[in-house]
Design a protein around this ligand. Structure first.
Ligand code: SF4
Length: 299
């Protein structure tokens, strides 16, 4: 029974508390508001660009930010959507329709237009790992276009599971410098070419976000990307889910302990910033990762 109103519950939280749909909505939205408030993720009148993939996380985030943008913390919301060119998977038409119906400005960018090839074509040509390619190119485009749209903040739908996976992946592969770029508000470099990223869903689990999106009936096509199976992230996700089942609270413990050491990581890895010799984008080496990859792809 729902802890608060004693009707049929829709979810059992990690704490064991059961909630019905209206109480779960309140719980979920309060947690997002609290995260924004405590970490000062959004200031009054800021221009917030939401990076949307049209999945459950980004729809939940967009819905809540769009609602909050019209309350006593007024701010501007728009959407940035990336079409990687994944046949049978990425379909932004439902997101575009949702934005149109809710009067939210949307800007769509495609790999094909930006890099002359779709992600499918790049993978076929180079046999490179799809997710590594996708991640680097998508991050580059999102930052570039958020800057063009004059965003003060770039909001992403990363949840607690995503963050726990990233922390563990960086530990397992010895990439602590990458962990320094994680956190509720990311960014270790003070450089106006980097738009600061915020993660308002940071303390909500995958299960909670999926339940929220399902109950709110967002227009989502539940499909898995064909490259996800091969991803290192997928292996780590399975491992964490197994641990969470046997030792409830594991993911929260990973993220909360990480947040304690994050300031030291930012201090240690926070002052190397260069300009790419080729495209003039900010980078930590002489040639940015995107230019290195594009050179490889065009060989
Ligand atoms: Fe990109 Fe990998 Fe996600 Fe597919 S699973 S959308 S290739 S990051």
């Amino acid at each position: 029974m729902c802890k608060l109103c004693k009707i049929k519950p829709v979810i059992r939280l990690l704490s064991g508390v059961e909630l019905c749909a209206p109480c779960f909505f309140k719980y979920f939205e309060k947690k997002v508001r609290k995260t924004i408030g405590i970490y000062k993720l959004i200031e009054k009148n800021e221009n917030v660009v939401v990076a949307c993939s049209s999945g459950k996380d980004s729809f939940s985030l967009l819905y809540i930010l769009n609602y909050l943008s019209k309350t006593k913390l007024p701010f501007k919301v728009s959407v940035l959507a990336i079409d990687e060119g994944l046949k049978g998977y990425r379909d932004l038409s439902l997101l575009q329709k949702y934005c149109k119906n809710n009067k939210i400005p949307i800007k769509t960018i495609s790999f094909k237009k930006e890099f002359s090839l779709t992600l499918d074509e790049m993978i076929k040509k180079t046999k490179m790992n799809g997710c590594s390619l996708c991640g680097v190119l998508r991050r580059y485009l999102i930052n570039k276009y958020a800057r063009i749209l004059k965003a003060n903040k770039l909001a992403t739908g990363h949840n607690l599971d995503d963050e726990a996976q990233s922390i563990l992946m960086n530990q397992l592969s010895g990439n602590l410098d990458r962990s320094a770029r994680l956190g509720v508000m990311t960014g270790i470099y003070k450089d106006k070419r980097f738009v600061r990223r915020i993660k308002p869903l940071y303390f909500l689990t995958e299960k909670e976000t999926a339940t929220y999106a399902f109950l709110r009936k967002f227009p989502i096509k539940y499909k898995e990307c064909k490259y996800a199976e091969t991803a290192f992230r997928n292996e780590v996700s399975n491992l964490l889910n197994k641990f969470e089942l046997e030792h409830p609270g594991t993911k929260h413990a990973i993220v909360n302990s990480f947040l304690q050491i994050l300031p030291s990581l930012k201090e240690r890895y926070g002052n190397k910033i260069k300009t790419c010799d080729n495209c003039r984008e900010p980078t930590s080496s002489n040639t940015c990762k995107v230019c290195q990859l594009m050179k490889e792809i065009k060989k």
